[in-house]
Design a protein around this ligand. Structure first.
Ligand code: MRU
Length: 370
C-alpha cells in the first residue's frame, strides 16, 4: 500500500502515552491529543475525536489501561472492582458500535483470568500471593492485552483488504458511505482496505464518497484519506447516490459496520440502509465489511441493536456560521441505521467472504472458538 499509513494512525501508544488523532479537526488540521484520564477518553469517544467501530475499541482498551495504571488498592480484588467500574464508565460513551464493549469486556476478562491464575498458583504452593505484586503484574497484563487488540485489528484489516479485493475489478466505480478507512480502524480500514490494496496493484478505481450528514465523515474524512493516497475520489451529497447509480457510474458499494446481529442485519452510519436499498434497485452489489470483533451473535436481529441518538444541533448548527433552522424546531438525529440482511450481497470479514444465509454462515466463523 503506497500511502504512508503511519502518519495518520488514529490511535498511537508510544512511551506510555495514549495519543489520538483528533478527527473533529480534519481535514484542516492533523493534530494528536494526549489522553491522560478516563474522562479524556470518554469525552474523545463521545465527541468523535476517535470514531469508527474498530478504532473506538482500540482506544478504549488503551484508555482503560491508562485510567488504572496509577491506581492504588489494598488488594487485587479491590483493584479489579475499580477496573470493572471504569470499564463500565468508558462503555457508556457510545452505545451502537459493539467494538467498544467487546474490547472492554476482553480487557476485564483477561484481568480476571490472570487473577484466577494467581489464586490457583498461590493455592498450589500453599502461600498467599503478595497483593502489591499481583496488582503490579495485572497492570502489565492489561497493557499487553490492549496492544494485542491493536495488533489484531491491523492484521484483520489487512486480511479484509485481500478478501474484499477478490470481489472487485480494475476500473470499477465504487460508492462508499461514512468513513470506514484507515482512521476508523487501527490501520488500513475495513471497506477502504481493498481500495488501498487495489490502488497499489494498479486497479484504478473511481471512488464516490457520500458526504454523510450530519457529521460529514464522508466529506471530511473519506475524501481526505483517499485524496491523500492519490486515489480518484468524487464527493457527492447523500441525496445524489441515486443519480450516480442511475448514470451507471457505480459497480459496487462498500461500507463498514458498527454492529452486525446474528442474522446479518448490520448497523452502520445513518443513511447506509438507504444506499443499500438503492443498490438493490439498480442491481449493484452491496458489500459490508465486518471484522469478527464487530459481529455480535448475542444480538438476534437488527431490531435489538441500540441506536445512538445525538443532539439536534449537529443537524442545523454545527457546521454553519449561523443556525440553519428556526429556533426551537424539533429534531431527530439517529447516528446509525440498520441495513436489513436481505440487501447485503456479501459480508467481508478477516476470515473470508460470507454469503447468505447469514444466520447460518456468520455463526460458522466462530465455531472453532465456541
Ligand atoms: O459515528 P462514527 O463516525 O463512529 O460512525 C462510523 C461508522 O459508521 C463506520 O462506518 C463504522 O464504524 C465502521 S468503521 C470501520
Amino acid at each position: 500500500m503506497k500511502m504512508n499509513f503511519e502518519d495518520i494512525v488514529p490511535v498511537r501508544f508510544t512511551e506510555g502515552k495514549l495519543l489520538l488523532l483528533d478527527q473533529t479537526r480534519l481535514p484542516g488540521e492533523e493534530v494528536y491529543v494526549e489522553m491522560e484520564t478516563k474522562e479524556d477518553v470518554w469525552d474523545a469517544i463521545y465527541k468523535l475525536k476517535v470514531r469508527g467501530a474498530p478504532a473506538i475499541g482500540v482506544a478504549a482498551a488503551y484508555g482503560l489501561y491508562i485510567s488504572v495504571r496509577d491506581l492504588k488498592a489494598d488488594t487485587a480484588a479491590e483493584f479489579a472492582a475499580e477496573v470493572r467500574e471504569i470499564a463500565d464508565y468508558l462503555n457508556s460513551s457510545r452505545p451502537t458500535a459493539v467494538n467498544l464493549s467487546w474490547a472492554l469486556k476482553r480487557m476485564v476478562r483477561t484481568m480476571e483470568e490472570y487473577l484466577e491464575g494467581c489464586e490457583e498458583a498461590a493455592a498450589e504452593t500453599g502461600g498467599s500471593a503478595e497483593e502489591e505484586r499481583k496488582i503490579h503484574w495485572v497492570k502489565e497484563v492489561l497493557r499487553m492485552e490492549a496492544g494485542r487488540i491493536h495488533e489484531e485489528d491491523v492484521a484483520a484489516c489487512r486480511a479484509m483488504g485481500e478478501h474484499g479485493l477478490s470481489l472487485l475489478k480494475p476500473g470499477m466505480g465504487i460508492l462508499t458511505h461514512c468513513n470506514a478507512g484507515t482512521i476508523a480502524t487501527a490501520k488500513y480500514g475495513t471497506c477502504l482496505a481493498p481500495i488501498y490494496l487495489g490502488h497499489e496493484r494498479g486497479y484504478d478505481f473511481h471512488m464516490f464518497a457520500d458526504e454523510t450528514r450530519p457529521l460529514l465523515q464522508g466529506a471530511r474524512l473519506t475524501s481526505w484519506e483517499l485524496q491523500r493516497a492519490g486515489i480518484d475520489v468524487t464527493l457527492i451529497c447523500d441525496n445524489m447516490a441515486s443519480i450516480v447509480m442511475k448514470n451507471g457510474w457505480i459497480d459496487a458499494v462498500v461500507v463498514g459496520c458498527d454492529r452486525m446481529a446474528a442474522n446479518g442485519d448490520g448497523a452502520n452510519k445513518i443513511g447506509t440502509s438507504g444506499v443499500a436499498i438503492l443498490a438493490k434497485e439498480y442491481g449493484i452489489p452491496f458489500y459490508m465489511f465486518v471484522p469478527t470483533s464487530t459481529i455480535d451473535l448475542s444480538t438476534a436481529t437488527g431490531d435489538d441493536i441500540v441506536i445512538e441518538q445525538r443532539k439536534g444541533e449537529e443537524i442545523y448548527k454545527m457546521w454553519y456560521e449561523k443556525d440553519m433552522a428556526p429556533a426551537g424546531v424539533k429534531t431527530y438525529n439517529p447516528a446509525f441505521d440498520v441495513t436489513d440482511h436481505k440487501y447485503i450481497t456479501a459480508v467481508v470479514t478477516e476470515k473470508g467472504v460470507v454469503y447468505p444465509p447469514y444466520d447460518v454462515n456468520l455463526r460458522k466463523l466462530f465455531e472453532e472458538e465456541v
